[in-house]
Design a protein around this ligand. Structure first.
Ligand SMILES: [Cu+2]
Length: 75
């Protein structure tokens, strides 16, 4: 499955790398794609805990967007 979130606060490619590295550390995550311009975060995993994604993004120093509980983008 793939889930898409919105990350706030990223300003450069280094931010993208930080978020990517942290989210990659979540158990079972197969692929992480971050788009700096839109703040779009795509995560691919067999199953995915939104709270774990939120924690990873916060660990990197950023936040998921307020839209929706966890910044999850509507499909
Ligand atoms: Cu940065």
């Amino acid at each position: 499955m793939q889930k898409t979130y919105t990350v706030q606060g990223m300003t450069c490619q280094h931010c993208v790398m930080s978020v990517t590295e942290e989210v990659r550390e979540i158990d079972g995550v197969e692929q992480v794609d971050v788009d700096l311009a839109s703040g779009r975060l795509d995560v691919t995993a067999p199953s995915l805990d939104d709270a774990a994604v939120k924690a990873a993004v916060e660990e990197a120093g950023y936040a998921l967007a307020a839209a929706g509980d966890l910044g999850i983008r509507p499909a």
